[in-house]
Design a protein around this ligand. Structure first.
Ligand code: SAH
Length: 241
């Protein structure tokens, strides 16, 4: 019944907004975001109050290209251009919760994309470092995050396989594109007691979302969910000569 209500509200919203070319009222977006949190986030078991609050607060529609803006709060990933996607809201919340963040944490994200996940993270922690491989996406994300006056997010254009050694170690690392195997540099840059969440597997094949923890110098790897992410690109032109 509640699900039907959500779908109906969502359809009505799209019906009302699309002719006006996404010129939706802020109040409509806020209502849709509240519904998203209830139906997709809380109903599916996300419990961390800080994660729920961040999902309620961050205006996801401002991270989505204007032509898809009316669909921002739907239960699916959306195109952000350059063949890339902003993850489904539930996946963003699930991965954030899995990192067991505290307010003093320093977090590294690989795959900035739209900047949405970085914004969610910075609502929970002290500092976010995020790396994007496609310059156009990085510039757009920087602009969006600047307009929303997010501080404490540092963005770099570069190759996520190398991590951000100058700022290591990190309390947590989140990877939002899928490599074939866990990059060693990222494990090295995790502090003792640190957590990493990363999708692993080939494009089109089965990918596992994996949680990596480092305790007493030992690495524990645990598969938590089947997922589908864009590939983590290996581009030799990005590497140091
Ligand atoms: N977290 C993003 C979703 C990103 S989609 C968001 O909230 O919108 C995955 C992103 O990873 C894409 O933007 C892609 O360009 C980037 N990516 C792929 N391979 C990469 C690499 N080797 N280094 C850094 N970024 C990479």
């Amino acid at each position: 019944m509640r699900k039907t209500h959500y779908h109906l509200s969502f359809l009505m919203f799209i019906f009302l907004c699309l002719p006006a070319n996404s010129a939706c009222d802020l109040a409509d977006y806020t209502r849709l975001r509240d519904l998203m949190v209830k139906e997709q986030i809380i109903a599916r078991g996300i419990r961390n109050p800080a994660v729920i609050k961040a999902m309620e607060g961050v205006p996801r529609h401002l991270f989505v290209p204007s032509k898809y803006r009316a669909f921002s709060y739907g239960d699916y990933p959306l195109s952000i251009g350059e063949g890339q996607t902003i993850s489904q809201p539930y996946i963003v919340a699930f991965m954030t919760e899995a990192l067991e963040l505290t307010s003093d944490d320093k977090v590294l994200e690989i795959g900035t994309g739209s900047g949405y996940q970085a914004a969610i993270l910075v609502e929970l922690v002290k500092e976010v470092y995020t790396i994007e491989f496609i310059p156009r996406l990085a510039k757009r994300a920087q602009k969006t995050l600047g307009e929303l006056e997010y501080e404490n997010i540092r963005l770099r254009i570069g190759d996520g396989y190398r991590g951000w050694p100058e700022e290591a170690p990190f309390d947590a690392i989140i990877v939002t594109c899928a490599p074939d195997k866990i990059p060693e540099a990222l494990v090295d840059q995790l502090r003792e007691g640190g957590r990493m969440i990363i999708p692993v597997g080939r494009e089109g094949g089965v990918q596992k979302l994996v949680k990596v923890t480092k305790k007493a110098g030992k690495i524990k790897i645990q598969a938590v969910m089947d997922v589908r992410f864009v590939p983590m690109v290996k581009d030799d032109s990005l590497r140091d000569p």
